[in-house]
Design a protein around this ligand. Structure first.
Ligand SMILES: O=C(O)CCC(=O)C(=O)O
Length: 217
């Protein structure tokens, strides 16, 4: 964004979707990046390492680390271990973060629903320019909201609503919730914009997105 000092207000673009710009302070973003890096390093070289999943349509552009449950593709399924290697657990601080975010989101749109018990999380790393195609988060049985955090380079998040697609600019520190009527909405990201990440997150380039989800009903 050209003038990133301009205030950005919370938004409720479609029922059940709440965008909370700048929710995370820079120090919190840096701590989350350091923690995610540590988790990724702890499983490097194992079958539960960060990887670019291969789908029917081809290999994803984003690198993905599964926590709590492992999102396996071809066919899609959720696993608690891969070839005898346990999936790293969801860090304890994620639940408190989800609660803070949902409390703020419910003030704007109560339709986001209850706070998810964070049983699984995905840490996605998008190299500059990388995006993610439109899809539905359908592997979790729970209908509780997905909580999403953005750190690093900006991207455009696209989500299908009752009146067509809505595009939201996600910047470093933004939180996004999609729950209630939007929990199974199709969504994707258009591509991390090179050079737009702020100093001080611990990321030299690219974008990290952390999504927190409840698995079981
Ligand atoms: O990177 C994002 O903001 C969205 C990620 C996403 O859609 C997903 O992990 O299902």
């Amino acid at each position: 964004m050209l003038f990133d000092a301009l205030p950005r207000d919370p938004a409720n673009p479609i029922p059940g979707v709440v965008h909370l710009p700048g929710f995370l302070a820079l120090g919190e973003q840096e701590a989350l990046v350091a923690q995610a890096r540590e988790l990724a390093r702890s499983v490097q070289g194992t079958p539960v390492a960060m990887r670019r999943p291969v789908l029917k349509a081809g290999q994803m552009q984003a690198w993905m680390l599964s926590l709590g449950w492992y999102w396996a593709t071809q066919p899609y399924r959720m696993l608690t271990e891969v070839d005898g290697y346990p999936v790293p657990p969801v860090p304890e601080n994620y639940q408190a973060l989800a609660e803070r975010i949902l409390a703020a989101a419910r003030e704007i749109d109560p339709r986001v629903g209850p706070t998810p018990a964070v049983e699984t999380a995905l840490v996605n790393f998008y190299p500059p320019g990388a995006g993610m195609g439109m899809h539905v988060d359908a592997e979790e049985e729970s209908a509780n909201a997905v909580v999403s955090l953005s750190i690093g380079e900006e991207t455009v998040f696209r989500i299908e609503g009752p009146q067509g697609n809505r595009d939201l600019l996600l910047m470093s520190g933004d939180a996004l919730v999609f729950g209630g009527p939007a929990r199974r909405a199709r969504h994707g990201v258009l591509g991390a914009k090179p050079g737009t990440g702020p100093e001080g997150t611990g990321l030299k380039e690219g974008r990290i997105n952390i999504t927190m989800r409840q698995m079981r009903r």
